[in-house]
Structure formats: structure tokens, C-alpha cells
Design a binder for this molecule. Structure first.
Ligand code: SF4
Ligand code: SF4
Length: 184
């Protein structure tokens, strides 16, 4: 049976009316997650993406969520205050139907980690860099059922197997293991 535990739930509230599409959030997120940190910035590697349609006055910051191997069978469209938003416009999934939230070189899924490497008490960087206060950080304590944590490496491997097939991934891993084997 799953055990109940107290947990800090971190949320970022998005105020669409305040976002002007400046993309500072994308820049700092991709720089913070570069290897080594701050060595480059490429918004395609950001865990937050701006959906922008300036002519329709549409600016939607969307956070990268979970990886999914299958795209949805149907699509949703939203009309809010007379503005029609694109299909999938608010979706957070790293999904096969689009390029968003995938590492451009490897195709591995990207996911917002709330800047977990930052020192305790510091707000996530996209929140700090949003000068328009469109991103509002909040924390609350909740009692939750403890799930078995699926490691990021497992999610990454699953996405590679979906993309290239099981045999190819096993073959590459076997070759890499051979190359990196310590000399006897
Ligand atoms: S919270 Fe951190 S990891 Fe998530 S989108 Fe913002 S800057 Fe990127
Ligand atoms: S930094 Fe703020 S205002 Fe600029 S695109 Fe991101 S959410 Fe919008």
C-alpha cells in the first residue's frame, strides 16, 4: 500500500494578461540547463516555451511536462476572450506530434525540474527573470501518496526505444559499454 507523506508542492502560476512574449524565461532556462551551466543559450533547449502570435495578441508560456510515447486521438481548441488558441497550445507533453520539449540534438524529452539545482529558498530562474511578473511562484504543503519514482534515465531510455526500436538501443548501449570499459 502506498504510504502518505507530507510534501512541498511547488507551482508557477501563469498570468497570461501580463506576458508580453519577451522570451527572457526561455533564455535563462536554456542557459541554466546548458552543460556546463551558462555556457550557451538556445531556446530550443528550454523547459518553458513561448507560444507567440503577436497579430492575435496571444502569448502563452508553457512548461514542459511529462513524456508520452503516443499522441492524443483528438485535439482541443480554446477560445478565451474572443482569441482562438492553437490546437495543443496549452499542452505540456513531450509528444511525437511536435518538436516542442525535445532536446534538439538527441531528441530526448525535456521536463521542467523547477530549477532543482538552485540553492534552497531561491525562486526558479524563469520567475526571477520575468520582469512583467507574469510567472508567480507558490509553495504549499500537502499530504500525498508516495509513488514509486520513475527515474529520468528510464524515461529517456523509453523515449529512445520508441524512436529507434529496442534492438538498436541495446546494440548502441553494448558498443558504448565496450568502449568505456576500464583497461584491465
Ligand atoms: S522552473 Fe526552471 S526548469 Fe522550469 S521552466 Fe523555469 S527556469 Fe526552466
Ligand atoms: S519572461 Fe515573462 S513576459 Fe517574458 S515571455 Fe516569459 S513569461 Fe512572458
Amino acid at each position: 500500500m502506498a504510504e502518505k507523506k507530507k510534501k512541498i508542492i511547488k507551482t508557477i502560476k501563469v498570468d497570461l494578461d501580463k506576458c508580453n512574449g519577451c522570451r527572457a524565461c526561455e533564455v535563462i532556462c536554456s542557459a541554466f540547463h546548458a552543460e556546463p551551466k551558462y555556457s550557451s543559450n538556445n531556446p530550443a533547449r528550454s523547459r518553458i516555451r513561448m507560444i507567440r502570435h503577436p497579430l492575435r495578441d496571444i502569448y502563452v508560456p508553457v512548461y514542459a511536462g511529462e513524456y508520452t510515447s503516443a499522441e492524443c486521438m483528438g485535439r482541443d481548441k480554446y477560445i478565451i476572450d474572443g482569441k482562438e488558441y492553437d490546437e495543443c497550445g496549452f499542452c505540456r507533453a513531450s509528444c511525437p506530434s511536435r518538436d516542442a520539449f525535445k532536446e534538439p540534438d538527441s531528441g530526448l524529452p525535456l521536463k521542467c525540474d523547477m530549477c532543482e539545482d538552485l540553492p534552497e529558498g531561491e525562486k526558479p530562474l524563469c520567475v526571477q527573470w520575468c520582469l512583467n511578473d507574469a510567472l508567480i511562484y507558490e509553495e504549499r504543503e500537502e499530504e500525498v501518496e508516495e509513488d514509486v519514482k520513475v527515474e529520468d534515465v528510464e524515461i529517456g531510455l523509453a523515449s529512445l526505444i520508441d524512436k529507434y526500436g529496442r534492438d538498436k538501443v541495446i546494440d548502441i548501449m553494448a558498443r558504448m559499454a565496450e568502449k568505456t570499459k576500464p583497461a584491465a
